[in-house]
Write a protein that binds this ligand. Structure first.
Ligand code: SAM
Length: 277
């Protein structure tokens, strides 16, 4: 049966298109694109012969119906967005849902995504991350959204537009306080930059050089700091280490006794040992 292929496209560097993505885009009779004009040069360069149909946020329902018709007629369709992975802060989810509901096959291809690309180079040791995408554009709603994330222990991953980055970073600092911010700018492009800085210093950092506000951004903020409960985990961990238990065993026992996260305790035990040695 013909399938809908969900195909990531490069964030900026054309070499990031996978060989499989290239093969699919060349082979399918239909390419559903977020912006057909934007994707035309890429498809032309690949020598893709399929026809394009628009599939953007304002026509997703109609696009889904058209795509289901094509699939039922035995014609494969590739779904692409302007850059990165469809459905990740981009249209695509409704189309995928409709295709699956119609009993047709959806084949996802792995590939470029700004969030995972930024995370891979962020160097934050948080055990988990939460992908948030775009914060609300209006200041009040943005702050409210951030209040809801304040106690989140996972690192927070945001997408942001250049004209809003300063306001958003200001609100992040005000609501979340003293954390680490990683700014991943222009990933895979000529002026790619990845910087780690204290969140509380970030507004001044952005203002210090206008270039820092240009381009495309992923902002990653380290998770909420330890709470009193984690303090109990650390207290028990220290007792066990002082009693001579090996790091791994001490972390495991302290986690079992206090309910604190084992991996975090293990990292902490390693740090305590390094301080001591
Ligand atoms: N679907 C895409 C993905 O898989 O990452 C995201 C699309 S979303 C409409 C666009 C946002 O992704 C930008 O505003 C920016 O936050 C982020 N982004 C896209 N390309 C980027 C790049 N080269 N460097 C940094 N961030 C990027």
């Amino acid at each position: 049966m013909a399938a809908l292929y969900v195909v990531p496209t490069p964030l900026g560097n054309l070499a990031d298109l996978t060989r499989r993505a290239e093969a699919v885009l060349r082979a399918v009779p239909w390419v559903a694109a977020e912006d057909t004009r934007h994707s035309a040069p890429l498809l032309k360069q690949l020598g893709a012969v399929g026809r394009t149909l628009p599939a953007h946020q304002h026509n997703e329902h109609e696009a889904a119906a058209r795509i289901v018709d094509k699939l039922r007629a035995g014609e494969a369709v590739a779904l692409i967005s302007d850059a990165g992975t469809p459905g990740i802060s981009d249209p695509g989810a409704r189309i995928v849902a409709a295709v699956r509901a119609a009993g047709c096959k959806v084949v996802p291809l792995p590939g470029a995504c700004a969030a995972t690309t930024a995370l891979s180079a962020a160097g934050l040791t948080d055990e988990h991350f939460l992908f948030y995408g775009f914060l609300p554009a209006k200041a009040g709603q943005r702050r409210q959204a951030l209040e809801g994330l304040r106690d989140q222990r996972a690192a927070l991953v945001f997408y942001e537009a250049p004209h809003r980055v300063l306001d958003s970073v200001g609100d992040l600092a005000e609501v979340l306080g003293d954390r680490t911010l990683v700014v991943a700018r222009e990933l895979t492009k000529l002026f790619e930059n990845i910087d780690s800085l204290p969140l509380t210093a970030a507004v001044d950092w952005f203002k210090a050089d206008a270039n820092r506000q240009r381009g495309e951004f992923v902002l990653i903020v380290s998770g909420a700091p330890e709470t009193a409960d984690d303090g109990e985990g650390e207290r028990v961990l220290k007792l066990l280490l002082a009693d001579g238990l090996p790091v791994k065993q001490a972390a495991k026992l302290a986690a079992a006794i206090t309910g604190a996260a084992k991996n975090a305790l293990y990292d902490r035990a390693l740090a305590l040992k390094a301080e001591r040695d």
